[in-house]
Design a protein around this ligand. Structure first.
Ligand code: PRX
Length: 656
């Protein structure tokens, strides 16, 4: 299957109206209703969000000001006090939901656990008390490096409960990547597990924490709390490392939620950018709570009868917003699954849907493309009739994959929500509302009510329908990132200075190109910066280049994305070697392994090509555009007049 080209996407004109039965039961059931909400929000965004904040969230103290906008800094619900863990847990305990399943968890080897709201509340309170006993106070940062087990969500909620911002690091990241993030966040405590299960193997997590902390590698870390998962032998450093089950045994299940200011830091989540180390994206309490709550309610159409499953990992923003906070704030049942399709059970996702009667299924295009390869017989062998809504996130979905999802998984009866958003936006920005918005395969359709989006040129002028431009958000929204942790300059530079609109206007831009069609539908075309999207995971080319250059054989490296049928994009590296080294297959493997060790397996280059020289401009900048063309086996497109040494191109082609 091929990836969509711009032309093929723009020729896509199939439209799917929401099924009448779905619309009748949906919270937002018609385009009229969507338009009404959208127009109301546009006319007075502050009033729109204030009304929802008052009716949808519980507050310890009401705010004084809805929005304080000092571009590019927005503060929402200033002066208000609340706690997101209270909104996700305590407030449901006084209703019938007390004994409703909050989290359903299925482990890869097949165990399962269901935690009701009352049980989850107890677990969270106990862990919060354990954190306190380890000296964690309001404002202290906690690193979470966990497999997909309930304790990952429990740890996040326990942090939120006592006002200790968390920084979750994806369990697939290496010790080195973990260390950089823990240092930047100055974490005081790390919560981890001995290991986790992935693809029929165990992944060692505690050993990675040990490596990150070795030789006082992260001086701020005082304690490590370890959840027992795989029972493999690990070393526990006396005084620093503690088993969760030991401390839990003596912990009280009473821990009132700390009243937090609306703008108190809720979490830091690191994400890749074009330059330097990953950025610590900062999210605060009230706006994030409200926005993830509302998007779950209207876009996921979450109901009390739903069993909702998002296949992301809690290490990514999707897991934060749409496994933990948004669904639980709504009192929904959220399913967590530790496993991924693997040789021993390629149909495991369909087993899980059948076993639990999943009604809403949210996954990534790369997973859908993998399902297509694995074959229809796998989903066809399971009863998927419980499904009523399907979603995708992470990268543009090619229309063929959309159609397969619609037919084979959705039985042609489930609307598909293609949700465009980012770590920085906190929640869905462009998305259909499934009972209202007619969908077109490959389009994330229209902005969520309260979101003002546009496609513009570098001066901020809207481009004509059908023409490519930069996707921007033109008005602040509640769950917008507040800053880059410890580097506000970088926040301004990265998101607010690329597009230079008219005096007085401030456009948020985080790297995607898009087009809008005659119906006002957005078609996100992918990143226009040096970020590549591998299987929906965001990787900075510079990070991978730095990892390569840290190997003694490598003099210089340039990394680009190459279109890949399965992963969307794959990492392609051009490498020049230090004088004493010669290129070989063994060295290619060694370098791939080196990148995996430095960053994590997700960053392992798919291909490495040795070259004597890299194409550079006269000012010394690597011309990535040319390398992208070469990596994809395309003709060199566009202007090459700024190339310093034109013979480089022939050499590179010759080396192909
Ligand atoms: O390029 C866009 C792509 O993923 C980027 C955000 O990555 P991250 O912060 O890791 O968050 C991923 C999960 C929200 C975006 O800049 N992206 C995400 N969703 C879509 C998408 N591209 C096209 N269509 C989408 N639905």
């Amino acid at each position: 299957m091929t990836q969509p080209t711009i032309e093929s996407i723009l020729q896509e004109n199939r439209t799917f109206a929401p099924p009448a039965e779905f619309s009748q039961a949906a919270t937002i059931g018609s385009m009229e209703q969507y338009r009404e909400l959208y127009d109301k929000a546009k006319a007075d965004p502050a009033a729109f969000w204030a009304e929802l904040a008052a009716t949808e969230l519980d507050w310890f103290q009401k705010w004084d000001q809805v929005l304080d906008w000092q571009p590019p800094h927005g503060q929402w619900f200033v002066g208000g006090k609340l706690n997101i863990s209270y909104n996700c847990l305590d407030r449901h305990l006084t209703t019938w939901r007390k004994n409703k399943a909050a989290l359903i968890w299925e482990g890869e080897p097949g165990e399962s656990v269901t935690l009701t709201y009352a049980q989850l509340h107890r677990e969270v309170c106990k862990m919060a008390n354990v954190f306190k006993s380890l000296g964690v106070k309001k404002g202290d940062r906690v690193g979470i490096y966990m497999p997909m087990i309930p304790e990952a969500a429990i740890a996040m909620l326990a942090c939120a409960r006592i006002g200790a911002p968390h920084s979750v690091v994806f369990g697939g990241f290496s010790a080195e990547a973990l260390k950089t993030r823990l240092i930047d966040a100055e974490a005081k405590l790390v919560v981890t597990a001995d290991g986790g299960y992935r693809k029929d193997k165990t992944i060692p997590l505690k050993p990675a924490v040990d490596a990150a902390l070795a030789h006082d590698g992260v001086p701020s870390v005082e304690n490590v709390l370890v959840v027992q998962r795989t029972h493999e032998k690990i070393t526990m450093e006396p005084g620093r490392d503690h088993w969760w089950h030991d401390l839990k045994a003596g912990a009280s299940a009473v821990c009132p939620a700390e009243p937090m200011d609306s703008e108190d830091l809720l979490f830091i989540l690191y994400t890749s950018g074009t330059t330097g180390n990953p950025k610590g994206v900062v999210h605060t309490t009230a706006g994030y709570n409200l926005y993830t709550h509302m998007t779950c309610k209207w876009t996921l159409d979450l109901k009390d009868t739903d069993v909702y499953w998002c296949t992301a990992d809690v290490g990514w923003i999707t897991g934060h917003s749409y496994i933990v906070y948004g669904p639980l704030s709504n009192g929904a049942t959220s399913l967590m699954y530790e496993g991924v399709p693997r040789p021993s059970n390629p149909g495991c996702f369909w087993d899980v849907i059948e076993k639990y009667g999943v009604t809403i299924f949210y996954t990534a295009p790369t997973a859908i493309r993998a399902f297509i390869k694995l074959g229809e017989h796998l989903p066809n062998a399971r009863d998927l009739s419980s499904l009523r809504l399907l979603g995708t996130v992470g990268e543009p979905i090619n229309p063929e994959a959309w159609m397969w999802y619609h037919k084979v998984i959705g039985g042609e009866r489930c609307p598909i929500i293609d949700t465009w958003w980012q770590t920085e936006t906190g929640g869905f920005m462009l998305t259909p509302l499934p009972g209202a918005t007619p969908t077109k395969p490959g389009s994330a359709t229209l902005p969520f009510p309260g979101i003002l989006a546009d496609v513009v040129d570098l001066e901020g002028n809207p481009v004509k329908d059908g023409e490519g431009g930069y996707l921007v958000i033109t008005h602040p929204w509640p769950s917008m990132l507040r800053t880059v942790y410890g580097d506000d300059d970088r926040f301004r530079r990265t998101y607010w200075e690329h597009i230079q609109p008219k005096e007085g206007q401030h456009f948020y831009f985080a790297g995607d190109g898009a087009r809008r069609d005659a119906d006002g539908y957005f078609w996100v075309m992918g990143r226009v910066d040096d970020v590549i999207n591998v299987s929906g995971h965001r990787l900075g080319t510079m990070e991978i280049e730095s990892a390569l250059v840290s190997h003694p054989a490598v003099a210089e490296a340039a990394v680009v994305g190459r279109t890949d049928d399965l992963k969307g994009e794959d990492v392609f590296a051009f490498v020049t070697l230090e004088g004493d080294y010669t290129g070989s297959d063994a060295l290619i493997n060694e370098l791939k392994q080196h990148v995996a060790k430095e960053i994590g397996a997700i960053a392992r280059p798919g291909d490495i090509r040795f070259t004597d020289v890299l194409p550079k401009t006269r000012s010394g900048k690597i011309m990535r555009r040319l390398l992208r063309n070469l990596a994809s086996g395309q003709e060199i497109a566009g202007d090459t007049s700024t190339l310093e040494d034109r013979s480089v191109l022939d050499k590179l082609r010759g080396g192909a």
